[in-house]
Ligand binder design. Sequence first.
Ligand code: ADE
Ligand code: ZN
Length: 346
Amino acid sequence: MPIDFTSLPKTELHMHLEGSIPVEALFALVKKHNRLDEAPSVEHVRRRYEFDDFAHFLEVYKWTVSFLKTVDDYEFIAYEVARTLVKQNVWFAEIMVGLGNSVMYGGHDPVAIVRAAWRGFKAAEVRHGIRIRVQIAAGRDHGADFSLDRLRDIEPLMGEVDICAFNMGGSEHVHPLPQFAKVFRRAHDMGLKVSVHAGEVSGPQDVYDALDLHPQRIGHGIRSALDPMLMDDLKRRDVALEVCPVSNECTGAVARLADHPLPRLIQAGVPVTLSSDDPAMFHTSVSREYEVAHEVLGIDTSTLVKIAREGFRRGFMDEALRKELLQKFDQEARHWCNARDIVFPE
Ligand code: ADE
Ligand code: ZN
């Protein structure tokens, strides 16, 4: 039976600000910046979000970022993106603010856009109670020195903005991770937590390379399912994967959603969380990821409630907040389960 996961309390731990702009909000920016020739309607924007492969997706991503012209645009989208989470009963979110395309091609001041995004997130917290943390993200494509420079840029912001982590995305099939070792060392030295995209489209070796960077979590990591020893390593080191099934189908990382390795990862005991990645671009939401995991991948609802709880255990938040949210989760998720005849996972 289909189950609506919207009202289950959740986290969102893997979400890119720029890939999460609701199409209506992006269209407002298209109009604001007089670029109707490129996207004359909301429908056009929506249709632009169909991808031939992973490289094509990254190209379209760059196009989306090109509509972010002012700091006000960042504040506006940050608030709009946070609202999409509030509507799904997401209590805690980490949102990546990408400094790759925005600085390299948009010419933005990284400090100014992180501050602006933070204003939008804070406004959502004040109005709706959602807790949001910022992850600073850069792409592999821009090189190691670029990331080091961005980490230096944002360091003075760390007392002012709740920056919880550094993350790296981009073309993993082109730029192997070992060349970024100094970037991740710097991030650790700055007291940031670390998550890194790895094993999304390239093989298990990319996840082994990611583990050498000592991340607390790994983005995607789905190719780990090809290697039982690697799955054991993830389990032993207690590194959780942020799994985003719909994203993987849309970018061609998996050929068919029905073949997604999430069930195999769970079966092997790899710690997993569920996220939406770039929900606007993939026509998804974090609630839908749970639905798909249940309806398409056959994961039972008790396990999914446990995965929702895992989000609160793995989120980059202070221990006082974790305790508060976990207690509240246990209460509300138990009611949620009881109302649906679902066994609350102990
Ligand atoms: N940037 C935004 N979304 C991404 C993804 N799924 N993989 C790598 N880089 C990204
Ligand atoms: Zn991602």
